[in-house]
Write a protein that binds this ligand. Sequence first.
Ligand code: PXP
Length: 242
Amino acid sequence: MGGKLNLGINIDHVATLRQARGTIYPEPLEAARLCAVAGADSITIHLREDRRHIQDADVYTLSKKCPLPINLEMANVGEIVEIALEVKPAEVCLVPEKRRELTTEGGLDVIGNFQTLEKTVQRLKDNGSIVSLFVEPDKKALEACAQTGAQVIELHTGSFCDATDPEKAEALLKKLIAGAECAHGLGLQVNAGHGIHLGNLPDILTIPHLDTLNIGHSIIARAVFQGLENAVSEMLTAINQA
Ligand code: PXP
């Protein structure tokens, strides 16, 4: 990366609001368009196996009409991999998925699932997508990421962002910093995401080599009070001022 930190907006929770009532609004595509107007760099959507927010139709519509590159988050499961192969998103981020989790808990077990991950990474890359792996900042896991052929890792910032004990938070931030150094040294692009909001952003920005921050919940939550364009602009301003 050449200095500019990119902002990807995860718009899953626009779909959450729609699914809560089974309506046809609010539309994720409209959200993506507003994010583009506000200056965001990419749009993230997570097609979960349980389809709790983003639906297959959203993936197809956004892949045709979204004004920004799409980062499709997904588990490494056959049915979803086939959809990714069909729509060819600019980027695919492979994440672990548990049915009953509130959101993505923990990073991928890249070492334990190395062979199946390597195969999927290769198929998606051969199909033209950039592949990212969502991982904890662990040296061995990061080395395994590089060995799969993935070009990007997304550091799971959730544990740090959720930590309430300052000492624990400091230790977790140090791990993220070391993880970013390690991944960069392995030639991987470093993204980060999960739990990031305006309050913890200054600490997140001390992580070196960041290319892209993927932020969802906090921006959609701010958008309820001040509109999506303003919420995205506010985050961009905070990033650029740092
Ligand atoms: N990155 C990944 C890989 C995620 O799974 C999520 C949550 O869907 C995010 C980023 C965004 O996290 P948040 O909604 O907490 O900003």
